[in-house]
Design a protein around this ligand. Structure first.
Ligand code: AMP
Length: 365
């Protein structure tokens, strides 16, 4: 049971670190439950700031603004896990941060995250830490090719990654990533990719959404579909792993775990996101309560809502870059629910919105 004394009352203010589309969708869900959101984001005119009650546009090392932000809210959450550690430590002294700092610290760094997963007995791609070019050559000899060199921190949507086909690619890859601390990962010959979105409440109770099947292009999520084409035993194992991770982090809020599924049904954890996730956007229209609402409920110490799916099949397609220009046609789709993020500038590879299509029993795309 959630503790009524800890529950955030409607009218309370939730601070959101990061002002992108995830922050915007969180703020909209928070508003539905009677909360006001205050956004903190270094970039001007951000998508979340335009729907929040207030927006601080300031740098992560602007201590005065961070203090004023903390002063203006009751609890702090984030849409972006790469908030610098010093800013987080400063805020944590002033207001509760949910999910906690442990979830952030472990997932900000690919190496720490993989070591943490191993400590739980979960499988990852073979990996080695790389701190210099000689180290990379050594790691390639150990892991083999093809492999992917990934920056340890601040990578997203396929950015900060380079594929190596042979040992000869090492130097070019190392210089392309500007000599940052990296991990080298062996390529996993996966059959498909899936993710689990799980919410953990303030009382430690969990609620997960249906396992989602994801298709990426150039490292960017293209589509998420449910149900995923996996066996019940793979589904059970994926949910169990996400549950284990969430409890081990003592996480409060939504967490996403991305997996590679092998041909024999084996599961390899690719990545943990300690927040709402693009592969959970289908829950907005496909479930009675979305991942965004679950996250707000969890951090407010409210009971979690049902995660039941409302239609037989749901397909979410990201609108990336100039895909968004098709909005007049997409807005006419009878079974399609269009979501646009209000980004002022279209750029190639930029997530501009998404459309979620629902199919009833017996129907299909
Ligand atoms: P990431 O940002 O690390 O999640 O990578 C984005 C996408 O690149 C993944 O969802 C996969 O489609 C692909 N990818 C990343 N790492 C690997 C790997 N070790 N083996 C195979 N594919 C990968």
């Amino acid at each position: 049971m959630t503790d009524p004394l800890l529950q955030l009352k409607p009218g309370s203010r939730i601070g959101i670190l990061g002002g992108g589309q995830l922050g915007r969708l969180l703020a909209l869900s928070a508003a539905e439950l009677g909360f006001d959101c205050v956004v903190y984001e270094p970039e001007q005119d951000c998508p979340a700031g335009r729907v929040g009650a207030r927006c601080f546009q300031a740098a992560w090392d602007d201590w005065e603004s961070l203090a004023a932000f903390a002063q203006s809210v009751d609890v702090i959450t984030f849409e972006f896990e790469n908030v610098p550690a010093a800013a987080l430590a400063f805020l944590a002294e002033k207001k509760p941060i949910r999910p906690g700092l442990r979830s952030l610290q472990l997932t900000q760094d690919r190496l720490f995250e993989k070591q943490f997963l191993h400590s739980l007995g979960l499988k990852t791609a073979p990996f080695a830490a790389v701190d210099h070019l000689d180290g990379l050559n050594h790691a390639v000899a150990q892991i083999g090719t093809p492999a992917i060199l990934k920056v340890r921190t601040l990578g997203y949507d396929g950015k900060g990654q380079v594929r190596l086909c042979t040992l000869e690619d090492s130097a070019a890859a190392w210089f392309k990533l500007k000599g940052q601390a990296c991990v080298l990962e062996g390529i996993v010959p996966f059959e498909r990719e899936v993710s689990v979105i799980v919410a953990r409440g303030g009382d430690g109770r969990l609620a997960h959404f249906d396992v989602t099947e994801n298709v990426h292009q150039d490292g960017i999520l293209r589509t998420s579909s449910v149900p995923a084409r996996i066996s019940t035993s793979v589904e059970t194992a994926a949910v169990a792993a996400a549950t284990q991770i969430s409890h081990a982090l003592d996480h409060i809020g939504v967490l996403a775990v991305e997996f590679f599924v092998l041909a024999d049904g084996g599961l390899i954890v690719n990545e943990i996101a300690p927040r709402v996730h693009n592969s959970g956007h289908w829950t907005q229209d496909g479930c009675a309560a979305s991942q965004f609402q679950q996250h707000i409920r969890a951090i407010a110490h409210w009971p979690l809502a049902t995660t039941q799916r409302l239609s037989a099949q749901v397909i979410m397609t990201n609108l990336i870059g100039y895909d968004v220009d098709a909005w007049p046609q997409l807005s006419q789709k009878e079974n399609g629910y269009l979501h646009l993020y209000g980004k002022r500038q279209v750029r190639e590879g930029r997530k501009m919105g998404h459309i979620t299509e629902l199919y009833g029993f017996g129907e299909g795309p």
